[in-house]
Design a binder for this molecule. Structure first.
Ligand code: ZN
Length: 245
């Protein structure tokens, strides 16, 4: 079984399509999405439609998914995110809103837990530091937990010898073996990377082979930026795509 893992698509259809083209869908059996399909980007409805083309597709809710359907307040969003969120809400058709409303906050599948932010607080908490990861290991029972939300790829593990919690940043195109350790894994963001690399990020997980692949793929950033300009989205959200920040 090969499972494509994506997160934080954020309405960036060009980035999503680049990932789907790069992964060779003929070899993929299922897709797991870690939330924030919409928000920031110019194509929220199109991104929802695209992911729903896949029959074996699982997705959890992210903070932007819930904000777009007014399930959470956007008071804590920065001003640009608030503008983009209001715009996204206006674009969504009833079907799209119902789809976002139907997303669970946590999914357990094949000894993996899927959440957007963290297993302790799936909608809001960011796992950036090993200290936050350490606290979160007690909030899931599976071996692996996949998270998104930070838009930065990372793997958190407990070192068996020292019991210290450490972070490693995966290297693109280098398979990551998985042994018996418990891990919290962030595949990075498809539609708005924030780790200094503007290319779309994704992972492929093979439970039987016990491997994880991590990839970055270039996409037509200018076309997404052009659409964002035409649709009146904030300049800061447009320019950050060039820098992956
Ligand atoms: Zn996000």
């Amino acid at each position: 079984m090969r499972c494509l893992i994506v997160s934080d698509i954020h309405g960036n259809l060009a980035a999503l399509d680049a990932v789907l083209a790069d992964v060779n869908l003929d070899t993929v059996d299922r897709i797991w999405c870690l939330g924030d399909v919409v928000g920031y980007g110019p194509c929220p409805e199109e991104c929802i439609s695209r992911v729903l083309e896949f029959s074996d597709y699982l997705c959890v809710a992210g903070n932007h998914d819930w904000a777009a359907i007014n399930r959470i307040s956007i008071a804590e969003f920065n001003p640009s995110a608030q503008v983009a969120c209001r715009w996204t809400t206006e674009q969504l058709a009833t079907d799209g809103k119902e789809y976002l409303a139907s997303l669970p906050t946590r999914i357990m599948e094949d000894n993996c837990t899927l959440v957007h932010g963290s297993p302790r607080e799936p909608i809001w908490e960011y796992i950036i530091y090993p200290s936050t990861a350490e606290l979160n290991f007690q909030f899931f029972d599976t071996q692996l937990c996949f998270v998104g939300h930070t838009h930065a790829p990372a793997i958190f593990r407990e070192e068996t010898a020292t019991h210290k919690f450490e972070i490693s940043i995966p290297i693109p195109d280098h398979p990551i073996p998985i042994d018996d350790e418990r891990l919290i894994i962030n595949p990075g963001s498809v539609g708005q990377p924030r780790d200094g690399d503007p290319n779309a990020a994704y992972m492929v997980f093979e439970p039987e082979a016990r491997t994880l692949e991590y990839h970055r793929v270039p996409y037509d950033i200018a076309s997404t930026q052009q659409l964002m300009m035409e649709r009146g989205l904030p300049e800061s959200l447009i320019s950050r795509l060039s820098f992956g920040w």
